[in-house]
Design a protein around this ligand. Structure first.
Ligand code: PMP
Length: 359
């Protein structure tokens, strides 16, 4: 069997420590996972109701065009019905973009560090990767423009950026879109869009009509709390959406996921509560970091990347022994740091006490 060469340098995705695994290892009853930026407040109660009552007949394939979900979201976002592309998580939309636009001889530009799936999927397609280091957690947009060449096909912007949490503001995005050649796809990954709390954040969707090369990505995995169901989507120009929809699997979002996402989207009150609790708890956490004289990146999302005087692995191991799973920055490409998802107040208080003791 002769697979593509590139697979010799790659390894399968292995999730970080899972709650059940840690429970067993440590013999603890309760483990708090603050590692994957999930929603500690769960998801809208209305989702359980509709899933119990309506999601049935699993012997029948789902609606491959996710018509109801598509209708609800496109109406709310004031875009055309056909401008959406759904995926099994935005992970899948990223993969589809790579399959459509990248191949050997092309290249793609992204920040580093950023969300690793851009590079992962681009490598599989045989594209060259051009990584432009962040500037204090922010995208170096001029640096990205400087490395564009005739073979560039896709540029990835992640705002808020995972793992730093920093956003690209409106004037910067506008200027960037103005100068990027229009045959290059610009992906604005807004997986954490709902948490942004800054006046200078762009309304990215408003640029789609002017810049038909722009694809905005959103997900149900973060503020909507449906990570386990796997639904994400892209919003873009009709012509781009058409091609992406050709390339996706015919039934790539499940019936259960479509029902749940539709109901979750309708319950914007839940999102408001999630976001306001998260921002409150983040402010308390940041106050704690200030008191501890620990530096951190500007975060417009539900996690904070904290700079440490020790390696991230050391704090990771210590907190794990106390029943808290976080992410060590060593694994994320930022040594001496940890990325911590903002959790519920009592859990955050407890974790802060442990950090205080450790440092
Ligand atoms: N983009 C970013 C920036 C992310 O952090 C994540 C999840 N960690 C994703 C995309 C993928 O999310 P999902 O596939 O769950 O929609």
């Amino acid at each position: 069997m002769k697979h593509k060469q590139v697979f010799n340098q790659m390894s399968p995705y292995k999730p970080g420590k899972q709650v059940e695994e840690v429970k067993k290892e440590l013999g603890l009853d309760r483990i708090v996972k603050l590692a994957s930026n999930e929603n500690p407040f769960g998801y809208s109660e209305k989702v359980d109701q509709v899933v119990t009552e309506s999601a049935n007949h699993f012997e029948i394939y789902p609606d491959g065009y996710a018509t109801v979900l598509r209708d609800v979201i496109s109406t709310d976002l004031a875009v055309d019905f056909d401008q959406l592309v759904f995926g099994c998580g935005s992970d899948e939309v990223i993969d589809i973009i790579c399959r459509v636009y990248l191949e050997k001889g092309t290249n793609t530009i992204m920040a580093t560090p950023t969300f690793p799936q851009y590079k992962h999927n681009a490598l599989i397609q045989g594209a060259d990767i051009k990584e432009v280091p962040l500037l204090n957690g922010y995208h170096d947009l001029q640096g990205m423009l400087d490395v564009i060449d005739d073979d560039t096909r896709v540029i990835w912007l992640c705002s808020p950026n995972n793992p730093t949490g920093c956003i690209i503001n409106q004037p910067s995005l506008e200027r960037f879109l103005e100068v990027v050649p229009e045959d290059i796809i610009v992906v604005m990954d807004e997986a954490y869009y709902e948490y942004i709390n800054r006046d200078d954040a762009p309304d990215s969707l408003s640029y789609i009509n002017t810049y038909p090369n722009l694809v905005v990505l959103r997900t149900f995995s973060k503020a909507y709390g449906l990570a386990g169901l796997r639904v994400g989507f892209g919003v873009c120009d009709l012509a781009v959406a058409n091609v992406l929809n050709i390339a996706r699997g015919p039934f790539n979002t499940t019936k259960l996921a479509q029902f749940a996402a539709t109901e979750a989207y309708r319950d914007q009150e839940f999102i408001k509560r999630t976001v306001s609790e998260t921002i409150k708890n983040k402010q308390t956490f940041i106050q704690f970091l200030d008191e501890m004289e620990l530096d951190y990146y500007d975060s417009e999302t539900n996690f904070v990347l904290v700079k440490l005087p020790v390696s991230g692995d050391e704090l990771f191991d210590y907190l794990l022994s106390k029943g808290f799973i976080i992410r060590s920055g060593e694994a994320l490409g930022i040594p001496n740091s940890v990325r911590i998802t903002i959790g519920e107040k009592t859990d955050m208080d407890m974790m802060q006490q442990h950090i205080r003791t450790f440092l």
